[in-house]
Design a protein around this ligand. Structure first.
Ligand code: ADE
Ligand code: ZN
Length: 335
């Protein structure tokens, strides 16, 4: 069986996907046109040319500008449905989607407009595609903790539809400690917790995300390997790391895929998973991330199955929901 076909057959969970990062330039232009939004690019082609990033911030500036095309409930619905279809084609059985409410509420789009559109798509994906999902609301760390608190207050009437909270945006200069109190409140409210850490920032951010924010997964975490004591802890506690190989290369966390530490993480016994982060900006969805990492790092099919299994184990679903996926995975692995 061809490698991509094997990757697609592995049932997997996508645990690190910013829904705004799945906005393809074609849809960005279509939505901008129907909403009367002026984009900073002349064409779809010119937009793709602008996607040459030098670091995280150079990407974020463009990503927030693109999100301005999203205005109506239907826009968020259409965006999420387009993602769910692509994810399903890659063998994703469950997706935990990040969304950034502050990016939208700051432009006058109501919190409910965003949530209603995403949630309608999630229900449609379950009914029509058999694809399960959860929504994780991220706080933007370049904004003050007071803004994150205000966002959590907006979310309060809707907590039945929001599974957890995350922390994203510019890691440099915005350590986890700044968001300790809002994460404590989220925890009291029964929300699951994740945070971006150790992407561009130091390994200490990973330790602080665990200790101060009480997160249950680390998004990225690739710089954890700079701290051997932290690695021992992550292995012992089997803390899931949601690694995004194409993102890390595009944002120059690693100079090329051959230099990525994904294989080393697997060898160390870390609970590492593969995800797409912002697929419209970084050159591919989850299948492409598996494929390019597999080729550059010579990953075996057993290792690819382990990555898929880790994603199922690291997802926030119940054991009853997980069991049939694990069984299917074992069937593919042993075929
Ligand atoms: N927002 C969207 N993608 C992100 C990333 N890779 N790191 C931090 N914030 C993000
Ligand atoms: Zn991310």
């Amino acid at each position: 069986m061809e490698l991509m076909e094997y990757i697609r057959r592995l049932p997997k969970a996508e645990l690190h996907l910013h829904i705004e990062g799945s906005l393809e330039p074609e849809m960005m232009f279509e939505l901008a046109r129907r909403n009367g939004v002026v984009l900073p690019y002349a064409s779809v082609e010119a937009t793709r040319v602008a996607y040459a990033f030098t670091d995280l911030q150079s990407f974020l500036d463009i990503y927030y500008a693109g999100a301005a095309a999203l205005v109506r409930e239907a826009d968020f619905h259409d965006l999420a449905m387009a993602y769910f279809r692509r994810a399903q084609a890659d063998g994703v059985v469950h997706a935990e989607l990040f969304f950034d409410p502050q990016t939208h509420t700051a432009r006058g789009v109501a919190f409910e407009t965003v949530l209603d559109g995403l949630e309608r798509a999630a229900r449609e994906a379950q009914a029509e595609l058999g694809l399960s999902s959860r929504l994780i609301m991220c706080f933007l760390r370049h904004l003050p903790e007071a803004d994150a608190f205000a966002t959590l207050e907006q979310a309060r009437p809707h907590l039945a539809r929001i599974h957890g909270v995350g922390l994203d945006s510019s890691e440099r200069g915005h350590p986890p400690a700044e968001f300790q109190r809002v994460f404590a409140l989220a925890r009291e409210l029964g929300l699951r917790r994740v945070a971006h850490a150790g992407e561009e920032g130091p390994a200490a951010n990973v330790t602080d995300a665990l200790d101060l924010l009480k997160v249950e997964r680390i998004d990225h975490g690739v710089r954890s390997l700079e701290d051997p004591a932290l690695v021992r802890r992550l292995v012992r506690e089997q803390v899931p790391l949601t690694v995004c190989p194409l993102s890390n290369v595009k944002l120059r966390v690693f100079p090329a895929m051959a230099q990525h530490n994904l294989k080393r993480m697997l060898d160390l016994g870390l609970c590492v998973t593969v995800n797409s982060d912002d697929p419209a900006y970084f050159g591919g969805y989850i299948g492409q991330n598996f494929l390019e990492a597999a080729r550059a790092l010579d990953l075996t099919r057993a290792e690819l199955a382990t990555l898929a299994r880790n994603s199922l184990l690291a997802s926030f679903v119940s054991d009853a929901e997980r069991a049939p996926w694990l069984a299917r995975l074992e069937a593919v692995r042993s075929a």
